[in-house]
Ligand binder design. Sequence first.
Ligand code: NAP
Length: 328
Amino acid sequence: MWFDVFAVRMIVELLLFGALLVGVYFLLHMTVLKLPRCTAATKLHGKTVIVTGANTGIGKTTAIDLARRGARVILACRDKGRGEAAVQEIIQETGNKQVIFMQLDLASLKSVRSFVDNFLKSEPRLDILINNAGVANGGKTEDGFGMMFGVNHLGHFLLTVLLLDQLKESGPSRVVTVASKAHEMGKVDFNCLMTHRDLVPGNSDYEIFQGYCHSKLCNVLFTYELAKRLEGTEVTCYSLHPGFIKTELGRHATSWWNVLLNTVSLFSVDAESGAQTTLHCALEQGIEHLSGHYFTCCAPVLKINPKARDDAVAKKLWELSESFCGLS
Ligand SMILES: NC(=O)c1ccc[n+]([C@@H]2O[C@H](COP(=O)([O-])OP(=O)(O)OC[C@H]3O[C@@H](n4cnc5c(N)ncnc54)[C@H](OP(=O)(O)O)[C@@H]3O)[C@@H](O)[C@H]2O)c1
C-alpha cells in the first residue's frame, strides 16, 4: 500500500515538473525569445521588389508582407516548381496578383546574368533588392567556387552590381542583405580564396560550419563597402541578423551540424518573426543615414565587431569578387 502511495506521488511530481518545463519553455518564447516587429506603415503600390530565395523560410514570409503592402514582388528562386507554388500561395494569401516567379540560381554566375537580362527586359524599375537566399552546406558551384561562398556572397554580389543602375534610376531605393550573427565567428582568408576559390580548404563538418560563418561575414563586409560606393546616390543598403528562426536552412546538413541546428531550433521562432528585421531595413523611413550598418531586432547594432568594419578587407573582398565575376 505504502508503495502505491509513493508511486502515485512520484508520478504527480514528475507531471508537475514536466508542466513546469513546458511552462518555462512557452514563457521564454513569449518574452526573451520574442522578436520585435517591423512597425513601418509604408505602402508599396507602384514599387518593384526582388526577394531571392523567396519560395520558403524567411524569404517567403518577407515576400508575403511586401505583397500585402501592394508591391510588385519578383520571387527569384532556383527551382521552378517550388517558386511557382510559392507564387500561387502568396497570391491566394494576399490577393495581390503582381507576384511573379523568375528563375535565379545563385550557384551559377551565368544564371545570375540571365536573370538580370530577363528582369531588365521586362521590369522598368527596381525599388528594393532583398538578398535573402542562403545555404549551409558544402559542395561546389557551377563555376567551381565553394557553395556557401558562391551562393551566400558571390552570386548576390554579381546580382547587386548588375542591378545598381536600375536601383539608382528608381531611387530612393534599397539593398537589404540577410547576413547572420554567425559572422562574428567568421574571417576572410584571401590565400584560401585564391587557392581553393573557397573560404575554407575542405568539406568536413567543422569546415562547413566555419565556411557558413565566413560567408556571412562577407555579407556584412559587402554591405559596408557597398554603402561607401553608393555615397551621393539615392540607394542605401543594410545587412542584418534575422534571429534564430525555424526554417529549412539545415535540410542538407549532416551529423553534428544537424544536432547543433536541431538544438538551436528549440529556441528559435517562426519565419514570420524572422522577416521583421529584413522588413524594417527595407521599409522604415529615416534610417537612410545608417546605410552600410548591420541590424538585428529591428535596430542597428552600434557596437559591431571590428572585423566587420575592416576597410582594407572589405575593399579587397570587393575587388576579388569583381575579378571572380569577370567584372574587372
Ligand atoms: N534560419 C535562421 O535561423 C537564420 C539565422 C541567421 C541567418 N539566416 C539567413 O537567412 C536567410 C534565409 O534562410 P532561411 O533560414 O529562410 O533558409 P531556407 O528556409 O533554407 O531558405 C533558403 C532559401 O534560399 C534558396 N536558395 C538556396 N540556394 C539557392 C541558389 N543556389 N539559388 C537561389 N536560391 C537558393 C532556397 O531555395 P530552395 O528551396 O530551392 O533550396 C530557399 O528558398 C539565409 O541567408 C540564411 O543564411 C537564417
